[in-house]
Design a binder for this molecule. Structure first.
Ligand SMILES: [Zn+2]
Length: 251
């Protein structure tokens, strides 16, 4: 955009100043385009998406780990029930009053003892599984909380980015309109050459000669080489910097 108080040379016939004006609009457009792609919210959203992806992956892993533990708990429950039932049935037989040999009694007593130990082992394992599950549930809950927070923050960033992008887009529309007005008075051939220089010279096609230096390449031009540089003129009387090849406009 042309700042307030900046004179416009559009249509003045001063090709050099018109080119510098065009360059000013193009530089502003380039800066705004750069601002769009480097918007801090956009960068932050990219990082956030990586973290969300990482957490989601871990949440899925934890879910699978929790499911595996629940399956083991069910298996363990079945084993406990079987053991308890076997013990009850054994005890029923033991105390039924049925005549049993000393050998049978000894064997049944040993089995009852084994079943008691087995039930205790199974209960210990059930307790370990319960602790492991609680630990996983806590991690799972923390990650889900983090996901919720990231999601809320992501929504805020998206809204902030939308608002900033809309602001930049409106500035771009204004700049492009001014650029169009500045460009229409410059002959096509010059404009094409300017565009070609801009494309190969980092966005600057026309530079001012300031205190003996080309503001495009920042190289000092000695009085002797200045006359040499300025002598490299194209057919339209515009000077070309012989160091960087840009249009060189003496004020
Ligand atoms: Zn130069």
């Amino acid at each position: 955009m042309t700042p307030a108080g900046t004179p416009s040379y559009a249509g003045s016939g001063n090709l050099g100043m018109m080119l510098l004006e065009l360059q000013r609009h193009d530089s502003e457009i380039d800066a705004l385009e750069y601002k769009k792609v480097t918007l801090p919210e956009r960068v932050a959203l990219g990082n956030m998406r990586d973290r969300i992806h990482e957490i989601s992956h871990r949440v899925n892993e934890l879910r699978a780990e929790k499911d595996a533990i629940r399956i083991k708990q069910d298996e363990m429950e079945t084993q406990v029930n079987i053991t308890v039932e076997r013990k009850k049935s054994l005890e029923k037989k033991l105390y039924s009053g049925e005549a049993l040999s000393a050998r049978d009694l000894e064997a049944m007593d040993a089995e009852a003892h084994n079943l008691t130990n087995r039930a205790e082992d199974l209960q210990d394992r059930q307790f370990e599984l319960m602790e492991a599950l609680e630990e996983l549930e806590a991690k799972y809950g923390d990650l889900e909380d983090e996901l919720d927070q990231l999601s809320a923050k992501s929504d805020q960033l998206v809204n902030a980015a939308k608002s900033k992008l809309s602001d930049i887009d409106s500035q771009l529309r204004a700049c492009r309109s001014l650029r169009k007005a500045a460009a229409k008075h410059i002959p096509n051939a010059i404009r094409q050459r300017y565009d070609a220089i801009r494309a190969r010279a980092g966005g600057t096609g026309a530079a001012a000669l300031v205190e003996g230096k080309c503001s495009g390449c920042h190289l000092a031009v000695s009085p002797a080489s200045l006359s040499c540089a300025l002598a490299v003129s194209d057919d339209d009387g515009l000077n070309i910097c012989e160091n960087c090849g840009r249009f060189l406009i003496a004020g």
